[in-house]
Design a protein. Structure first.
Length: 149
């Protein structure tokens, strides 16, 4: 808010983690790690949110990004993969990173078709101790990115 205050526009999320907003500022998607899926919201002009629904069945979805087709790329932490899912929950693509936990992803590059995939050789215990071995891989994808981040 312009006066520095905040207001609650959504609650009941199940361990929310990754978040993405469409380029038209009318859609917000949240990865719910404990919910094992994605919460899809419409954004009102005043910033209010209304839950459109939940979709996707993922194990521990973490960082996410959107593409121009309205699909979501999600880092599926315990599946060791980056997964592209449409709004109906259908898996469209999968990029495996065997033996590495998928952490976050972003579509970038000059045409936004480069998927940057952050993964780590780690476990929950190693994460807490700061002993992960992270890396960033890239993959060229067919549909360009949309929105933020």
């Amino acid at each position: 808010m312009p006066d520095g205050s905040a207001r609650v526009v959504a609650d009941g999320l199940r361990f929310p983690n990754g978040i993405a907003v469409s380029s038209d500022h009318r859609r917000l998607v949240v990865a719910e790690m404990d919910g094992a899926g994605l919460a899809d919201y419409d954004i009102a002009p005043d910033g209010g949110l209304s839950l459109r629904g939940r979709f996707g069945r993922l194990n521990d979805p973490d960082g996410i990004c959107l593409d121009r087709d309205g699909a979501v790329w999600a880092a599926s932490f315990t599946e060791d993969a980056f997964v592209r899912i449409d709004r109906d929950g259908v898996e469209l693509e999968r990029i495996a990173v065997p033996g590495r936990r998928a952490v976050a992803c972003a579509l970038g590059g000059t045409d936004r078709r480069t998927l940057f995939c952050l993964s780590a050789e780690t476990s929950y215990e190693e994460l807490r101790k700061g002993k992960s071995v992270p890396r960033i891989d890239v993959a060229e994808v067919g549909t360009p990115g949309d929105g933020f981040p």
